[in-house]
Design a protein around this ligand. Structure first.
Ligand code: SAM
Length: 266
């Protein structure tokens, strides 16, 4: 047991002095790996915009659909950047349900996310998690963990709600693209001010009190992150509207809020 709120899932030495996106998102998704300070920020965000939890849930549903899509395209190895705290429908669960040999590498810089992932994966030889700043592309790509993947073969690169936490993002995603084989798939979701739901400047202001400030980007800026990739249908859309499940209702992009797309490396 640690002495932080009497919970036993906090890794020793972790600096939890400031709220984190990983734990705020966990709370919004109904998870239990968050602290009072994280919940306070999440509740403040919900007071500004009552739909933030719906945006988070639709983002998570996009992640599951995208992994299934990549599996249908023959992808069997995934690099999940900013993977977060494990919750319903983790990448390895979706992928290994289709093919138990699917390989997954999770990267996050938030210690609770990584510790919890490691616990979940301890008996899983085909999935690993490690703590790293995704912007340190050399450290990530040169890591022992990434050796689980064969970078000579196509990879599914996931940056689901990661880009908007990075002040400079094109060079970072470009470095991953350059390391991947043609035929690799790249999926992202990204916060924007183009749509009403997350546009209130109080949202970015609130996130500045956490360890994860946000940098919303315009459609053209998000499209530029797909340089070197060919977008698959329906192109850049919003998370709920990217290849929705058969019976899902269309969601107004003004409410959906996050850009979403998938590209194939040329
Ligand atoms: C909102 S969560 C998303 C989790 C998961 N990708 C999903 O969409 O369900 C964003 C995650 O990105 C992580 N993150 C933000 N900046 C990062 C960075 N520079 N390096 C690694 N992880 C980062 C946060 O710690 C957090 O776990």
């Amino acid at each position: 047991m640690t002495d932080q709120e009497g919970v036993d899932w906090i890794p020793p030495g972790a600096d939890l002095s400031r709220p984190s996106a990983a734990r705020i998102y966990d709370y919004l998704l109904g998870g239990a790996h968050n602290l009072a300070a994280d919940r306070a920020v999440a509740q403040k965000l919900e007071a500004i915009q009552p739909q933030v939890a719906s945006v988070a849930r639709r983002n998570r549903a996009f992640l599951r659909r995208v992994v299934r899509f990549m599996l249908e395209q023959g992808i069997r190895q995934f690099l999940d950047l900013g993977s977060g705290i494990p919750t319903v429908g983790n990448v390895h669960e979706v992928a290994q349900a289709v093919d138990p040999h699917s390989k997954v590498v999770y990267v996050d810089y938030e210690p609770v996310a990584v510790a919890h992932s490691l616990m979940l994966l301890k008996d899983n030889p085909n999935a690993v998690a490690f703590e790293a700043d995704a912007t340190d592309t050399e450290a990530v790509l040169g890591s022992e963990a990434v050796k689980l993947l064969d970078l000579g073969e196509p990879v599914g690169l996931l940056a689901i709600t990661l880009g908007h936490y990075l002040p400079e993002v094109r060079g970072v995603f470009g470095a991953y693209r350059d390391a991947l084989a043609p035929g690799s798939h790249f999926a992202l979701t990204h916060l924007t001010n183009d749509f009403a739901v997350l546009r209130d400047p109080k949202i970015a202001e609130t996130m500045r009190s956490t360890q994860d400030s946000i940098y919303p980007r315009s459609r053209d800026e998000v499209l530029a992150l797909f340089d070197g990739f060919e977008l698959v249908e329906p192109g850049l859309t919003t998370s709920a509207n990217w290849r929705p499940d058969r019976l899902a209702a269309v969601v107004d992009p003004e409410e959906d809020g996050l850009y979403a797309g998938v590209g194939v490396k040329l």
